[in-house]
Design a protein around this ligand. Sequence first.
Ligand code: 3PY
Ligand code: MG
Length: 264
Amino acid sequence: MDMPKNIFKQRLREGQWQVGLFVGLRNPVSMEILAGTGFDWLVIDAEHTPNNPASVMMQLQAATPYPVQMLVRPTSHDATLIKQYLDAGAQTLLVPLVDNAAQAQELVRAVRYPPEGIRGVAASLSRAARWTGIKDYVRHANGEVCLVVQVETRQGLDNLDAILAVAGVDGVFIGPADLAASLGHLGDSAHPEVGAAIEDALVRIVASGKAAGVFVTEPDLARHYRSLGASFVAVGGDTTVLRNAAVKLAASFRDAKPDSGAAS
Ligand code: 3PY
Ligand code: MG
């Protein structure tokens, strides 16, 4: 078996437009449904949901037959946890709350085997290596791993240029919800100060030559961010998609009236 190519990373490098969705339902069946819906990428969220390496692995397995790129967002920067997600088969990690270059540098090391990094080696126990079924997995893994860091605090913005200078960071993704909170506008990511900070960050990321991404739910705003050079966007989450569709469906039948001629 050959090493799976990290298409997400390749497209990041080429600046291709990639549209993604956050996935929080923690269910292989809903994951498989989503995997065939046309998104370029899906990110399994283990930051805000009780996902763990076992639940993440089952969702990665469900999505594998589909032409969608899978990301995992861990809950922390813990290198041992990151190792488990990589061994489960994640090739791209979206790491939240990266505030400075030292953290980014540690993450670069966490996702790589020595000598570049500190990732532990056990191909025989690792789904990523297809339990040694992938030829020379350990020699190819560093080349296919992709690290996207989230900058989403005032401190992260202050240190953005230093974070961008860290080799091995492939992209920076702006999280408007945490950024709004950090800037004193909790719950109001549409606040003009937040919008201006996002625009400034995207421009700086693009100027550095790294890929710029952002969470954005309005198509017009996504077009605007694209015009600034953003190349990958998350446009919502599965939990919201499900809730909104269910609320709408229930409401659309609640007031259903019998036809005027029908017996009452
Ligand atoms: C945020 O908005 O804070 C996120 O992490 C996701 O976009
Ligand atoms: Mg966030």
